[in-house]
Design a protein around this ligand. Structure first.
Ligand SMILES: [Zn+2]
Length: 426
């Protein structure tokens, strides 16, 4: 690559020595590469001469991009250099024999140098840099550097601003933005330094705090109402369609005996043969006839409960048998002392009669309790760490060394000319 570059430079210089000139142009907004060729009457067939891989670069020429045309003594274009990005450029060169243009993409030859300057403040750094150094982009970069660090409105006439900056140049013209490394403001005898980070923003210390994100987990406990199967309510209904015809009572009038008697159970009206269901899992402790109750099944459940199903027409379980909740254990009938087919359902807890309706529930699960839960949440926390600005101390020393000497600042006025001299800046 280097040899190619040297050859081009050599070629340019030879041509220039023979009375050629180099013109500086800016790429027109919206102009296509093919339009440019047409306008300049450059005989060139894009599709046949440009490698398929390189065609895409033709649309990467930016509007306002500075490019160069090299013309011979008869004002005919010999070479064209159009940048595509910061590092590469399109190179068109006329073949001396065939007079056809050859297309190539080559590295841009640029120089990078360090400059230093001291500017005396008359109004503000921006306008004073523009006036004395003739370089608006440098003034803009100084404003960026000082922003938030130095209150430029509080500066006094006669204060001085010294700084070191880097600048790329191409054929004697500034190429891309300058980068101010460090600046020193001398205001009424007091010196203050401004250090630049990699993006050109300024800091009054040679360290800066940098934000970073820490990801973590946060433990969160919360309570929520949840449904629970209460022990008290673990019994289902003994019939699929329960219709109460007589409620539990410790004392009620008996229509057949015509006297007061307790009614230790709940009567459910149902047709003869309707299946009877175990209200819960348990073991059959009685299966057979039992006086006025007629055909009876008794099931022992957990928690000291016993359920009783009386007046059955037909029993379906045997004593000692284990039954599941909802299992058919017999059928509705009217055996024993009964006025008609119905289920007399009784229940005891620890040997005492209880009202079955206090423990039987149509829905198996209605109670709720407050329960505590724990979960982990992803968290992002912004933390700050102290970062030493790269080369801050080195740049400060370089600036102090510069201030000891008597160096004239470089004035950027040469690039105002449309025609430039080819010199060692190429
Ligand atoms: Zn009854």
């Amino acid at each position: 690559m280097r040899s190619v570059k040297s050859m081009i430079i050599w070629g340019l210089m030879c041509t220039l020595l023979s009375g050629a000139k180099l013109t500086v142009n800016t790429w027109e907004r919206g102009e296509l590469f093919s339009q440019y060729l047409e306008r300049k009457e450059i005989s060139f067939n894009i599709h046949s001469a440009i490698d398929e891989e390189d065609v895409k670069y033709l649309s990467e020429i930016q509007a306002g991009e500075v490019f160069y045309e090299l013309r011979d003594s008869e004002d005919e274009i010999e070479q064209v250099l159009i940048p595509i990005g910061e590092e590469m450029q399109i190179h068109l060169a006329k073949d001396k024999i065939s007079h056809k243009f050859v297309f190539d993409i080559i590295p841009i030859a640029y120089k990078e140098k360090e400059y230093s300057a001291t500017v005396v403040i008359h109004s503000n750094p921006h306008s004073d840099i523009k006036k004395t150094l003739h370089y608006p982009a440098l003034a803009d970069k100084m404003s960026q550097l000082l922003k938030g660090v130095i209150n430029t409105r509080r500066l006094h006439r006669g204060d001085t601003l010294s700084f070191i900056y880097k600048q790329k140049t191409r054929m004697g013209r500034p190429y891309y933005m300058p980068y101010i490394k460090v600046a020193m403001l001398k205001s009424r005898g007091k010196e203050s330094f401004v250090y630049a980070d990699e993006d050109g923003y300024g800091y009054s210390n040679d360290t800066t705090s940098q934000a970073y994100i820490v990801k973590g987990k946060e433990k969160i406990t919360y309570t929520r109402r949840v449904k629970v199967k209460g022990k008290k309510y673990r019994f289902g209904m003994p019939l699929r369609h329960a219709r109460i015809t007589s409620s539990f009572s410790y004392r009620r009038y008996h229509p057949i005996l015509k006297r007061y008697r307790p009614h230790h159970g709940t009567d459910f009206g149902a047709r003869r043969g309707t299946p009877l269901l175990a209200v819960n899992a348990g073991r059959v402790i009685f299966s057979g006839r039992m006086g006025g109750y007629g055909k009876v099944v008794k099931i022992k459940h957990k928690g000291g409960y016993v359920s009783l199903y009386a007046h059955q027409s037909r029993i379906r379980v045997k004593r000692g048998q284990l039954v599941k909740k909802g299992q058919i254990i017999g059928h509705v009938g009217s055996t024993g002392r009964s006025t008609g087919p119905h289920l007399h359902f009784g229940m005891t807890k620890n040997g005492r009669w209880i009202n079955p309706m206090k423990v039987l529930h149509k829905k198996s699960d209605t109670r709720t309790i407050l329960k505590t839960f724990t979960k982990y949440k992803e968290t992002t926390t912004t933390k700050y760490k102290t970062v030493v600005i790269k080369d801050a101390k080195k740049n400060k020393e370089a600036l102090l060394a510069y201030l000891k000497g008597k160096n004239e600042p470089f004035i950027w006025d040469r690039f105002k000319k449309l025609e430039v001299r080819i010199d060692d800046d190429l």
